[in-house]
Design a protein around this ligand. Structure first.
Ligand SMILES: *Cc1c(COP(=O)(O)O)cnc(C)c1O
Length: 399
């Protein structure tokens, strides 16, 4: 077969399946303009509504006036602006950590955290439902001994740690987990993981992409939520979700962060964040330091939505966070559910295989602090109608 034809065939298949990336014709907020129409936005990770926030816009604009847009070089050469350092210092303080390094995405931060500390002869122990960027990072590290444990199964984690103990000589053993699992919204049993790590002298890493700005006091994340400050070695977060801009970061002990600054290939061989991104993010951290109003609103909205959905008879899984999966099961039905919602003015995307296991397709509903009760009611009403029409719920008695 011609080398290029085989890609075209895949492409044809994708087009037949109706894969097309929707385009937003508005900024992020409670509503989005999609295909020329205003839709209720129930699928963004802009948890706190910061992405389109006035103070962030102002901070970005005034920094651009002062410093321009680009940074001209990788951070290690001439590309570190004082704003980068301010952001890192503020984030470290906010997270109550000794040090912080910022990269251009959560994906990059995971690559940096894993590749820098793990080599061929080390040992990685990872939850089976960890994010794709963790899987890629483990591959990149070329580690020979990688153990995958059943989702949140602490018995199996301990068995794997015992195996690792037998294999290890001088090798580093690293336990890696998502903080919040993004498809179901459930939390990693971090206290148990930390306890086991101490018992077997392993390092711990948490990817808290969906916990930053959401869990803990003022949105400080899962480590704060479980009161484990200083006990997780590598705390990785994203600045692209609740923080409203883009980027990723790692907090931890000063020495580990300094080591990353000297060794992480993602830091040494790729530029840092642009000036407007960095300035807007400083503003995000300031807002979160000062007030927990947005975090509280997010949780209140999530609670309201979940209560109404379960009253209606939807199965919302076992989420412990604002992530609200509405379980459908069948793949095609989930896709149909989403397109029917869109006709009713509600934008909520279906999550299907391979993002979740076959037969566990769902609509992942993402409430945010920018939704009013009226906005949520509009969404709930649409879900009730489509749920009834498609037989996902037997009766929608309230709406
Ligand atoms: C979104 C996400 C990432 C990637 O973050 P970016 O900043 O978009 O690169 C990494 N890990 C998890 C668990 C995520 O949900």
């Amino acid at each position: 077969m011609n080398q290029i034809t085989k890609f075209y065939q895949d492409l044809d298949k994708a087009v037949r399946q109706g894969k097309k990336i929707p385009t937003m014709q508005s900024g992020q907020g409670a509503y989005l303009k999609v295909n020329g129409k205003k839709r209720l936005n129930l699928c963004s990770n802009n948890y706190l509504g910061l992405a389109g926030d006035e103070p962030l816009k102002k901070a970005a604009i005034s920094a651009v006036k002062k410093y321009g847009v680009g940074t001209g070089s990788v951070r290690a050469l001439s590309g570190t602006n004082i704003l980068h350092l301010e952001l890192e210092e503020r984030l470290a303080k906010f997270k109550k950590a000794e040090g912080c390094i910022v990269l251009t995405g959560g994906y990059m931060a995971n690559l940096a955290a894993i590749q820098t500390f793990i080599g061929k002869e080390d040992i990685v122990i990872s939850d089976e439902l960890n994010h794709a960027s963790i899987i890629d990072a483990v591959r990149l590290s070329q580690v020979k001994n990688k153990f995958i444990y059943k989702h949140k199964d602490m018995g199996e984690l301990e068995k794997r740690l015992q195996e690792a103990d037998k294999l290890r000589q001088n090798s580093t053993v690293l336990i890696i987990t998502d903080g919040v699992f993004s498809m179901d919204g459930d939390l990693a049993p971090l206290p148990e993981i930390v306890k086991l790590a101490k018992k077997y002298q392993a390092l711990t890493m948490v990817d808290d992409a969906h916990g930053e700005g959401v869990l803990g006091h003022h949105g400080r994340g899962i480590v704060d939520h479980f009161k484990l400050e200083g006990q997780v070695d590598l705390d990785v977060g994203t600045l692209s979700k609740a923080f409203g801009v883009m980027g990723g970061f790692i907090t931890g002990k000063k020495e580990l962060i300094e080591y990353l600054r000297l060794k992480a290939r993602q830091f040494l061989f790729s530029n840092g964040l642009s000036i407007p991104d960095t300035a807007a993010l400083i503003e995000s951290v300031k807002i979160l330091e000062k007030s927990d109003t947005r975090v509280k609103k997010l949780w209140a909205n999530a609670k309201y939505l979940k209560e109404k959905f379960s009253e209606l008879g939807f199965d919302c899984g076992y989420s412990g966070t604002p992530i609200t999966p509405v379980m459908i099961g069948d793949e095609e039905k989930a896709a149909l559910f989403s397109s029917r919602l869109l006709e009713l003015g509600v934008f909520a995307t279906p999550i299907k295989f391979p993002m979740v296991a076959k037969g566990l397709a769902r609509i992942r509903v993402m409430p945010s602090a920018s939704h009013s009760k009226k906005d949520l009611d509009l969404g709930i009403k649409a879900f009730a109608k489509v749920g009834k029409d498609l037989g996902v719920i037997i009766q929608a008695y309230r709406y």
